[in-house]
Design a protein around this ligand. Structure first.
Ligand SMILES: [Zn+2]
Length: 437
């Protein structure tokens, strides 16, 4: 099946920085067949004139916890980056949460991501039996990490790793969902005994680890005391760095360890809103980039982000780096766009499949309304600056993943949003009643 999309502008975000005005993007069997500035000669199929729109690659949200939208508003004034804040808010609620509450929450999360231009997300949580069907319904591409917390307890370790194994088997042949191992945090709530089994799992399923790393320096303190080396150095010694690692936050990675993270499949996922709202710290994005470490961007959970809008996230990381370094555009807009697209794709081993618009790649794309506010003067403000600083995710009008529309002219195609949202409200009500008992 062939579909020819015509739009005022196609911004490819590829290595050549190709931009077509107007642009014709031909989708065939879920992949990009060609991108041209005039219609292909012998085209036979469905033509869609998108009008005054900009087509660009879909965004990759490289770190989140989709069920946690259910807790949005419940942790205000607390930091989830320290044990007390997390235990007294999230852990308390998770203890009374039930699996029936998960599907509506995940559908609301997927709807918010689709509506604001995300086409791929990397999630980490438990209750995958409830998460997977909701993600499949949404049509989003996803890397789901089974979240493991075992705190050194043999029984918890056995139970959690058995569940992780079962989950990895269940998605082994899924066209859009990757299964990852999601140790919540190495050395902190995952013991060395668990890490050895997690390494075997990653090897058996040819996958990687989605972890939280360096939020407060706690794992460095532990490793320095126990092994006489930092956490990164210890991970290198254990062979963990030879496997893909999605490391959320990376606020306190010692710069002397940067070279260990450069030529390995490691990605530092920067979550600027989450780090700022939790008053946690500033990731050294510029320093890590200079050291050739792959960077991606994420929203983290939206409990206290409180938004899935990756356009906001791009804007915030740019402003944060400028302020932090007292240097305007310390992180160039093109680099920020790379973090939100190809950087995330590379993190998931999908750099040849998604992350830029190029013939042969998957048709994962979004359109933005050029009649909306924020773009003009279009000759004055370059398009990368407009994308990062001028507009928001609410400019998104259409979303396609693997050639299938998930959002068409602002309308959801795979999710009944009012129904999911009402389900979430009911779950929240149940949670509140349980908490007050
Ligand atoms: Zn997180």
């Amino acid at each position: 099946m062939k579909t020819l999309l015509k739009a005022a502008q196609v911004v490819c975000l590829d290595a050549q920085d190709m931009i077509f005005e107007p642009g014709y993007l031909l989708v065939a069997d879920g992949r990009i067949h060609s991108i041209t500035s005039s219609p292909p000669d012998d085209f036979a199929g469905t033509a869609v004139d998108l009008g005054n729109k900009l087509i660009m690659p879909g965004l990759v949200n490289a770190h989140t916890h989709s069920p946690m939208v259910l807790f949005r508003g419940l942790a205000e004034g607390h930091s989830l980056f320290n044990f007390e804040g997390w235990y007294n808010t999230i852990r308390m609620v998770e203890e009374v949460m039930t699996p029936e509450m998960i599907p509506a929450a995940v559908l609301v999360s997927c709807a918010e991501m689709i509506r604001t231009g995300t086409t791929t997300f990397a999630d980490q949580y438990f209750w995958m039996e409830q998460i997977v069907p909701a993600v499949r319904q949404s049509g989003l591409r996803a890397a789901l990490g089974y979240g493991v917390v075992e705190l050194g307890e043999a029984e918890a370790r056995q139970r959690e790793l058995a569940a992780a194994t079962q989950f990895l088997q269940s998605v082994a042949h899924d066209p859009l969902i990757q299964g990852w191992v999601g140790p919540h945090a190495f050395f902190i709530d995952n013991s060395e005994a668990a890490m050895a089994i997690e390494l075997d799992l990653a090897m058996a399923f040819n996958t990687g680890f989605h972890i939280h790393l360096s939020t407060s320096g706690e794992e460095d303190r532990y490793c320095l005391e126990k092994y006489g080396r930092t956490a990164i150095q210890q991970l290198a010694k254990m062979g963990m760095l030879e496997h893909p690692i999605l490391a959320a936050h990376c606020l306190t990675v010692p710069p002397e360890d940067y070279p260990l993270l450069a030529d390995v499949p490691f990605t530092a996922v920067i979550n600027p809103s989450s780090a700022m709202r939790n008053a946690a710290g500033v990731a050294d994005a510029c320093g890590m980039l200079d050291a050739s470490i792959n960077l991606a961007l994420g929203t983290d959970n939206v409990t206290n982000n409180n938004s899935y809008d990756m356009f906001k996230e791009m804007q915030i990381v740019g402003k944060l780096m400028a302020l932090h370094h007292r240097t305007p555009n310390a992180l160039p807009t093109r680099t920020i766009l790379h973090m939100a697209t190809l950087g995330g794709a590379q993190a998931l081993g999908l750099a040849d499949e998604i992350g830029s618009l190029e013939p042969g790649k998957q048709a994962d794309l979004i359109t933005l309304d050029l009649d909306e506010i924020g773009w003009t003067p279009r000759n004055g403000q370059d398009v990368y600056t407009a994308l990062v600083y001028g507009i928001s995710g609410m400019h998104v009008r259409d979303v396609m993943v693997a050639g299938k529309w998930l959002l068409k002219d602002g309308r959801f195609q795979t999710i009944n949003y009012p129904q999911a949202s009402q389900g979430l409200e009911r779950s929240y009500q149940q949670l509140s009643e349980k908490l007050s008992n």
